[in-house]
Design a protein around this ligand. Structure first.
Ligand code: 2F8
Ligand code: CA
Length: 377
């Protein structure tokens, strides 16, 4: 808009200059008017000459007038010459002649000045005309340029409006995309975190799977081995049970008592702990080793109100009880306040149910029944 206003402002200046051009035309006319007015003060013959000069041509009438003028001048000169023949008239004629010459000289000078002024005015007129034409051309060019600029301005305004609309749409689209991008970034980060966690979990599961696979393979191998071992044990068990049945049958025939996988010989005779053990060894076994409360209950139940030696002593080290196979005592079923080593008691005995089915330490020299154990399996 500012450019447009500038354009119109310039156009106004040009128009103003155009009016100046008109004024120059006006001054041109005034030059002609003044020219005529100047000619009006001149003698008729000079007026004609001036007109002829101004027109650049002499008409035939002008030439006739000039000839008549010259004739009149010659007559006057002759008359003045005759008059000078008279001394009085000659003096007056001489003064009048000087006046005429002076007037002619003045008139000539005036004509020269007038011609000079006309020439200068003519040059100025031509310059102004050329300047007016240039200004008119400039005005026309500027008008055309203004129109082009106006058209360009209109087109640019429409293009700007379209671009503004596009810019607004693009801005909205950009904002929407920015929002979507932000949401996607958050979602991506969450997925990245989940992906990382899942990757770790997957690796852990992969490791667990690998370990489990190895363990499974080991278990399969172990299962195969155990199955083989089980089958072997089944076979052995069957064989042992058959042998046990046989041994039990033999033991029963010889007075041995059977419990689980063992046979027990409970003597009816009595002797000290060492000879009791020697008797068992002669039978191919040793004094009984009690490994569980069930076994303890079974043996005690066989004694009634009596007691008997078992394969337990602290002969080697006082207070450190061990079985006849050299294993240390872990679980004992001692009577309350026993073993008390009362009177150097280094050998163990078991009492029957009527004596609360418990153990006691007693001097190894004491003579009593004994119990041998034969392990079948
Ligand atoms: O000397 C044999 C035996 O005598 C007593 O029991 C009947 C002792 N008991 C008490 O003194 C409570 C046993 O310790 C001892 O072995
Ligand atoms: Ca005791």
């Amino acid at each position: 808009m500012e450019m447009r206003e500038d354009i119109y402002a310039n156009a106004g200046n040009v128009a103003q200059n155009g009016s100046d051009s008109d004024s120059s035309d006006q001054s041109y006319e005034e030059v002609y008017v003044n020219d005529v007015s100047i000619d009006a003060h001149k003698p008729r013959s000079e007026q004609r000459n001036s007109s002829a000069i101004s027109s650049g041509k002499k008409s035939s009438r002008q030439i006739q007038n000039e000839a008549a003028f010259h004739k009149d001048s010659e007559k006057a000169d002759k008359s003045s010459h005759l008059q000078t023949a008279d001394p009085q008239n000659r003096g007056r004629s001489s003064a009048g002649g000087r006046c005429y010459r002076l007037a002619a000289v003045c008139l000539g000078l005036l004509c020269v000045l007038l011609l000079t002024a006309i020439t200068l005015l003519w040059i100025k007129f031509n310059n102004l005309t050329a300047e007016r034409d240039q200004l008119h051309t400039s005005y026309t060019n500027l008008t055309a340029e203004r129109d082009q600029l106006h058209t360009s301005y209109t087109n640019l305004t429409a293009e700007r409006d379209q671009l503004q609309t596009s810019y607004t749409d693009l801005t909205m689209e950009k904002d929407q995309l920015q929002t979507s991008c932000n949401n996607l970034t958050v979602e991506r980060d969450q997925l990245q975190t989940s992906y990382t966690s899942l990757t770790k979990e997957r690796d852990q599961l992969q490791t667990s799977y690998t370990n489990l696979t190895k363990e499974r393979d080991q278990l399969r191998t172990r299962c195969v081995d155990v199955t083989k071992e089980r089958d072997h044990l089944k076979t052995s068990y069957t064989s042992v049970m058959e042998q046990l049945q046989i041994e039990r049958a033999k033991g029963n025939l010889q007075g041995w008592k059977s419990f689980n996988t063992s046979l027990y010989y409970i003597s009816t005779e009595k002797t000290n702990w060492s000879e009791s053990r020697e008797d068992c060894r002669k039978r191919g076994v040793d004094l009984v080793i009690i490994n569980s409360r069930k076994e303890h209950e079974f043996i005690a139940s066989q004694l009634g109100s009596d007691q008997a030696w078992i394969g337990l002593s602290d002969i080697k080290n006082e207070g450190q009880w061990e079985w006849v196979d050299g294993s240390a005592l872990t679980t004992g079923y001692w009577m309350k306040n026993e073993p008390n080593n009362q009177g150097n008691e280094d050998c163990g005995e078991i009492l029957g149910p009527q004596a609360n089915k418990v153990w006691n330490d007693r001097p190894c020299s004491y003579s009593q029944r004994w119990i041998c154990e034969k392990t079948v399996v």
